[in-house]
Structures are given as structure tokens and as C-alpha cells.
Design a protein around this ligand. Structure first.
Ligand SMILES: [Zn+2]
Length: 132
């Protein structure tokens, strides 16, 4: 486990500190076991401040998808989607590895760390099997 300490900037900064270390973590409440994303200082479900940073399975399902049109010389069309992780949280990301118009609601996906503008980001690839 990388040596990542709680960052002074709060839970968002801690989230990105983990990512920069190549380690994607989301939060889980130690009191009620609810997974939490976006990062928070307190569990939105039960109010506990016993928040742990855990590695998600990386599996999820596309909840919604949008194709962003962009000139080919600027990189071409891309996809923005909301993914429901198996842990029960929803995050904004994109699905790579296929045409953006082929990303479908309900499609099982698997997370991967990528680099964008010098920063690590979580993106998704289509998953071969099922989501769970
Ligand atoms: Zn809780």
C-alpha cells in the first residue's frame, strides 16, 4: 500500500493523492459499510466520521452516456458517461476502446487508470463478461 497520508486539502485532495500514487481508492463508512463517492469528511448515510479508503473492484455498469462532438484535429468525438460501480456509487468518467456512439446504457465496464494532461484519471473499458 502506497504511503499516502490524509492530505491537508481534505478528502478530495486525499483522493487525488492516492490516484497520483497509482492507487485508486474510494471511501467506505466504517460504521455502516456504505461506499462513498465523491469524497466526503462524513458519511452521507449515517453521519459517521469513521471513513476508510478502500480499493473498489473496478467493475461497473454504464448508467448514462453522452457523445461530445469534437473536430478530428482536436482529437475527435469522445464519450462522457456516468458509471455505477459495483460498490453502489456513481462517478463521471468515459469509456474508451470503442466508438463513443457505441457506448450503451447498461454496458458492463471495467476501470483502468489513464493519464490525461499529466494527471491520472480513472477511465473505463468495455468488460468482456458481466458486471458482477
Ligand atoms: Zn455510514
Amino acid at each position: 500500500m502506497p504511503d499516502v497520508k490524509p492530505a491537508p486539502g481534505g478528502p478530495d485532495a486525499t483522493y487525488f493523492a492516492y490516484l497520483e500514487a497509482g492507487d485508486w481508492r474510494i471511501q467506505r463508512c466504517g460504521a455502516c459499510d456504505t461506499h462513498i463517492f465523491q469524497p466526503r469528511v462524513m458519511c452521507p448515510s449515517c453521519g459517521s466520521e469513521d471513513i476508510q479508503w478502500v480499493a473498489p473492484s473496478g467493475k461497473g455498469v454504464v448508467h448514462s452516456t453522452t457523445v461530445i462532438r469534437r473536430r478530428p484535429e482536436s482529437g475527435g468525438d469522445y464519450n462522457v458517461c456516468l458509471v455505477d460501480l459495483d460498490e453502489g456509487v456513481r462517478m463521471m468518467s468515459r469509456v474508451e476502446g470503442l466508438d463513443p456512439t457505441e457506448v450503451a446504457i447498461g454496458m458492463p465496464v471495467a476501470a483502468r487508470l489513464a493519464e490525461q494532461d499529466g494527471q491520472k484519471v480513472v477511465v473505463f473499458d468495455p468488460a468482456a463478461g458481466g458486471a458482477s
